[in-house]
Design a protein around this ligand. Structure first.
Ligand SMILES: Cc1ncc(COP(=O)(O)O)c(C=O)c1O
Length: 383
């Protein structure tokens, strides 16, 4: 049985070219980038070369890029580091549909005397710009709204929110972990101050990420030790990871339009396949119809529980996901779908398919057909 992997929003396979770029730094070139001898200098050179390559892809300066261990650490550093440096300003504006790396950092700050306004979203998962403006207070230190949602794909009005943040002199963070390589990002002309990234979503290695930090931002480090990353993130750098991230980012950004078209075709093929077999009223697409990341398709099949469908898909070799966390063996209803105020037959039957460059149109057609067969079988058994 050929397995079909449709969970690229969770992680992607490492691209062979990325592995090849990393290999010397996993073997011969092993120095610590902070050491002054030639071994260290080789590592330091590779680290900075990777930094420069990523910065030029994103339209920022190399010294505005902080290496981290991934999207989670980037989000934590942005949220906690900004508030810690904000001297007395204790209010944060975020949204109900953020990744838990932002939401749980906000909850932590609430336990330490901060106040957080969680912006609601509409039924498509979009924040309203007016709500952002209305929520601003004299003590607002940070606005954090994600670029594109990892569960339903909905894109947020980042430019408009950023402009409001600029007008009020408030630091603006966006989590672009899912957007990298799928949305054109030019950080020199986008009104953003902090942007989170992660390599393993774009065929790079796990355990390496980055945070863009504009010179306007005062950021207090959240780890203590060495003076790496211009004193913003202590710890010996992951040189092989950085080299891999740069190789993956160069690949992803230079093939962006091609990948956008490919993912859009996969998304369309999946929807067409489901429509053919289940009828257009046999399933519901969650998220925004157009303003969406093209690689994410969140679909509900009322009458079929998420857990049952995922298990049956897995038996057929198809890997899909629920957006929800697995807690004590039971799936929790996704906080994103709840924030969109969707009815429970929709939230309880939602499955996320997320596509990647290794998929083919034939894979997607097969996945749609198998999904529809399972859904029909379960619905018939239940009736
Ligand atoms: C939007 C978003 N932010 C942050 C993260 C966390 O990234 P990492 O797995 O690199 O810690 C993810 C990963 O799923 C994500 O989708």
């Amino acid at each position: 049985m050929k397995r079909i992997y449709l969970d690229h929003a969770a992680t992607t396979p490492l691209h062979p070219e990325v592995l090849e770029a990393m290999m010397p730094y996993l073997t011969d070139i092993f120095g610590n980038a902070s050491s002054v001898h030639s071994f260290g200098r080789e590592a330091h050179w590779a680290l900075n070369d990777a930094r420069e390559r990523i910065a030029s892809m994103l339209g920022c300066e190399a010294n505005q890029w902080i290496w981290t261990s991934g999207g989670t650490e980037s989000d934590n550093l942005a949220v906690l580091g900004t508030v810690a440096a904000a001297k007395g300003k204790r209010h944060i504006i975020s949204s109900e549909i953020e990744h838990h790396a932002v939401l749980h950092a906000c909850r932590h700050l609430e336990q330490h005397g901060c106040e957080v306004t969680y912006l609601p979203v509409d039924a498509t998962g979009r924040v309203r710009v007016e709500d952002v403006e209305r929520s601003i207070r004299p003590d607002t230190a940070l606005i954090s709204v994600m670029y594109g949602n990892n569960e339903v794909g909905t894109l947020q009005p980042i430019r408009e929110i950023g402009e409001i943040a600029r007008q009020h002199g408030i630091v603006f963070h966006t989590d672009a972990v899912q957007a990298l390589g799928l949305e054109k990002l030019n950080l020199s002309e986008l009104p953003v101050d902090l942007v989170s990234f992660s390599a393993h979503k774009i065929e790079g290695p796990k355990g390496i990420g980055g945070l863009y930090c504009s010179p306007r931002v005062r950021l207090a480090p959240q780890s203590y030790g060495g003076l790496q990353e211009r004193k913003r993130r202590a710890g010996t750098e992951n040189v092989a990871g950085a080299v891999g991230f740069a190789a993956a980012a160069v690949r992803a950004v230079s093939a962006l339009e091609q990948k956008q078209a490919q993912m859009t075709a996969f998304r369309r093929t999946m929807i067409e396949g489901l429509t053919r077999e289940l009828g257009s009223d046999g399933f519901i697409v969650n998220g925004h119809p157009n303003l969406t990341l093209p690689h994410i398709l969140n679909v509900s099949f009322p009458g079929v529980s998420t857990e049952t469908l995922l298990m049956n898909l897995d038996l057929e070799g198809i890997a899909a996901a629920s957006g929800s966390a697995c807690n004590s063996g039971a799936l929790e209803i996704s906080h994103v779908l709840q924030a969109m105020k969707l009815p429970s037959p929709v939230t309880q039957s939602a499955v996320r398919f997320s596509f990647g460059p290794g998929n083919t149109i034939e894979d997607i057609e097969r996945a749609a057909s198998i999904t529809a067969t399972i859904v029909n079988r379960i619905r018939n058994n239940n009736s």
